[in-house]
Ligand binder design. Structure first.
Ligand SMILES: *Cc1c(COP(=O)(O)O)cnc(C)c1O
Length: 389
């Protein structure tokens, strides 16, 4: 018995080595401050739990759900796209499909559109699933470097003509994990034009659309006139509403994109638990005031960690959005070396930028998923250890 070759091609799990080290330190009694993982630490809001409690007692939620999502869920998602982004023309029956969280839908999009040898255009650094799912589909990932001097946007002129001709999917994710970069509607318009020129399905992973600060409201790619001819957008409740464990989101946009995704999903999964879909509808009806209360927690943490790092000499500015601060590594270290130093000397865990792709080298990622007190403790430990930029 042996594993399929495709598994050998999958890069090692980002946190595998760091986790081994952490387990060893924890066994030695070290108090680890973990800012590595982007998993919200606060509970799901009460109004969502309330709906779930009622829905779970209703036997009508207990059988198989429709594969594509309940009609009332797809309608609520389309309504939310209208309220939130002014995208008024989504047909819930043909242009929206429920997902078991974005990760599943991202993977299945590769199965629906990528054939052996096809190129995919993916951001580097980027969410690791774009690369691994390309490999699962026997495609060839072509990376688009996200550099600070380009505000972490890909340079479309740097994509060789023959690669663009052979590409099936182009992935973007703004607000961006891991860089915290954001994109304008003008940039989305350029992307739509580029993808139309080469007939590439534009896939926008908008997992952080609600996680923005100081009044900033990130746009949807579907706001670009004509975007629906070529683009689909992935939304998830996971991060915005502290619902990573619930596994629910949706994909909206181009009808053929949605049809392909539905066809794969109908054959590999059996939909989202109906009670969870009902709770998700409640999440999409969250008031703006409530959302702001959730986001203010992260905004305060962001300011605390950024000010702390600035006090140690780091030349960084607070990100406009996301759950992350993308921080340059002091000179003389690789990302991995510096991350290991923080763990060994300070018991602090952060994510090495190189784990998100070669262009992430020289950075590390802090997740805003611990309390301000713990962040201050982390900064104090770094100061005591003589660590600075
Ligand atoms: C967290 C994350 C996701 C996955 O979210 P789920 O809906 O929980 O699967 C997708 N894309 C990016 C960029 C993420 O950071």
């Amino acid at each position: 018995m042996h594993l399929a070759k495709r598994l050998e091609k999958i890069p090692p799990y980002l946190f595998a080595e760091i986790n081994r080290k952490r387990e060893k330190l924890v066994a030695e009694g070290v108090d680890i401050i973990n800012m590595a993982v982007g998993d919200p630490d606060k509970p799901t809001p009460a109004h969502i739990l309330q709906v779930m409690h009622e829905a779970i007692d209703d036997a009508a939620t207990h059988n198989y759900p429709p594969y594509e999502g309940m009609q009332e869920f797809r309608q609520a998602a389309a309504k939310w796209m209208e309220r939130r982004f002014g995208v008024t023309d989504l047909n819930p029956d043909t242009e929206v499909v429920a997902s078991i969280g974005s990760k599943e839908a991202i993977h299945n999009t590769f199965l629906a559109f990528v054939e052996a040898g096809d190129y995919t255009l993916i951001p580097d650094p980027g969410y690791p699933v774009y690369r691994t799912s390309t490999i699962f589909a026997d495609g060839v990932p072509f990376t688009m470097p996200l550099k600070p001097e380009n505000q972490f946007l890909p340079d479309l002129n740097a994509i060789p003509e023959e690669i663009a001709q052979k590409a099936k999917l182009l992935w973007i994710n703004y607000p961006n994990n891991p860089t915290g970069g954001v994109a304008t509607l003008e940039f989305f318009t350029e992307l739509v034009d580029f993808c139309k020129q080469y007939n590439i399905l534009l896939c926008h992973d908008n997992a952080y659309s609600e996680m923005a600060y100081n009044g900033y409201k990130p746009p949807s790619v579907l706001q670009v006139p004509g975007a629906k001819d070529i683009a689909i957008e992935f939304h998830s409740l996971s991060k915005s509403y502290n619902m990573t464990g619930w596994r629910v989101g949706f994909v909206a946009g181009n009808a053929l994109g949605i049809q392909g995704l539905r066809q794969v999903k109908t054959n590999v999964d059996s939909g989202v638990f109906k009670a969870i879909q009902k709770a998700a509808i409640a999440a999409y009806n969250t008031t703006e005031a409530e959302l702001q209360t959730l986001m203010s927690v992260y905004q305060h943490r962001r300011d605390t960690i950024v000010q702390g790092l600035q006090s140690l000499g780091w030349p960084i500015q607070p990100p406009k959005a996301t759950l992350y601060v993308w921080v340059p590594v002091p000179s003389g270290y690789t990302s991995a070396e510096f991350v290991n130093l923080l763990l060994d000397k300070c018991g602090i865990m952060v994510a090495p930028g190189s784990g998100y792709g070669a262009s992430g080298e020289g950075f590390f990622r802090i997740a805003l998923t611990i309390s301000e007190e713990r962040m201050q403790e982390a900064i104090g430990r770094m100061k005591d250890a003589g660590i600075h930029y």
